[in-house]
Design a protein around this ligand. Structure first.
Ligand code: FAD
Ligand code: FES
Length: 275
């Protein structure tokens, strides 16, 4: 982790705008930016402001890739930048997913909405070491079929037999699709848990999504018999410094930016009010 307050200059190199208001931005940096799945950076649009953003890719070179929802002042300004524009990047910050703990075990990923972005980085890291893990499953819930992120690449992994993939959407007039073995259901994300064959004692879970998802899914996973130390979730809080100096992200004696954003359920149970 760097303790540097000075942003590095990054060049906006590519924009994938397939999903409305959820574009995938690629930036190039002059030096390597070794950001791990679950870690985040502070991105500054010059003259406007900055925000925290997770890596959406496991790249480990001079690139930083993030899936960014257009939601407010700074993200809106970012969406207006042309290719070649300069932004500031500070980081990498925080503790990401403990990859070593996933090796040798079955892995269950649960993504709600934009939570798929950090889990894509984790998924890429796991696929790179696919031979070292057991069953790899992804349960992914989105608001509607139009905002499913990374659909083609997820489907490709499922078709290659690398990923057991289950989708659901909150809103759709009918079942959106069923192609080969990959189906998309209509309903709430926790219902997809009925579709996976879990061997709780040998499974590690990573969950990323809105707070409501954590409230219903984390304890349910523990109820299936997964150890609280092997269930991981990424928290989101308003952030400023990113390095445990400003107290903006304090929760129950911890700083989400420095001690997280990824925490185990065992840790979260000791942090009153965290979820
Ligand atoms: C560790 C971390 C990782 C993140 N990763 C991503 C990512 O990969 N992609 C992405 O698009 N966004 C991500 N975010 C969220 C992003 O930082 C915020 O949405 C940011 O506020 C956008 O800036 P803005 O100026 O465009 O919007 P703002 O004008 O700041 O906010 C727009 C709206 O969102 C609300 N809001 C903003 N931040 C939060 C928050 N932390 N909790 C609750 N409500 C909030 C505001 O109240 C307002 O209603 C992440 C946040 C954290 C803390
Ligand atoms: S963002 Fe400043 S302490 Fe966490």
């Amino acid at each position: 982790m760097t303790l540097d307050f000075l942003p590095r200059t990054a060049i906006l190199e590519e924009i994938d705008g397939q999903v409305p208001d959820h574009h995938l931005f690629s930036f190039r940096l002059p030096d390597a930016f070794p950001i791990a799945p679950g870690q985040f950076a502070e991105l500054t649009v010059p003259g406007i402001g900055g925000f925290a953003v997770s890596t959406a890719a496991f790249v480990g070179d001079h690139r930083f890739q993030a899936c960014i929802r257009r939601i407010g002042r700074v993200t809106d300004a970012l969406y207006r930048l042309p290719l070649g524009a300069r932004v500031g990047l500070r980081g990498p910050f925080g503790k990401g997913f403990p990859l070593e703990e996933f090796l040798g075990r079955d892995v269950l990923l649960i993504a709600g909405g934009l939570g798929m972005a950090p889990l894509r980085a984790l998924l890429q890291a796991l696929v790179a070491r696919r031979g070292e893990i057991g069953r790899l499953s992804l349960l992914y819930g989105a608001h509607d079929p139009q905002v499913i992120l990374f659909k083609e690449e997820l489907n490709a992994l499922a078709r290659q037999g690398l990923l057991d993939l289950h989708y659901t959407v909150d809103f759709a007039a009918e079942i959106p699709w069923r192609i080969g073995g990959i189906a998309c259901q209509v309903g709430l994300l926790p219902k997809l848990l009925d579709d996976v064959r879990l061997q709780p004692r040998q499974t590690v879970a990573a969950v990323c999504g809105p707070p409501g998802l954590y409230r219903c899914v984390l304890d349910e996973l523990a109820g299936f018999g997964l150890a609280a130390e092997t269930i991981f979730a990424s928290l989101e809080r308003r952030m400023r410094c990113g390095i445990g100096q400003c107290c903006h992200c304090a929760v129950a004696g911890a700083y989400v930016c420095r001690d997280g954003p990824v925490f185990s359920l065992a840790q979260l149970r000791r942090m009153e009010g965290a979820i």
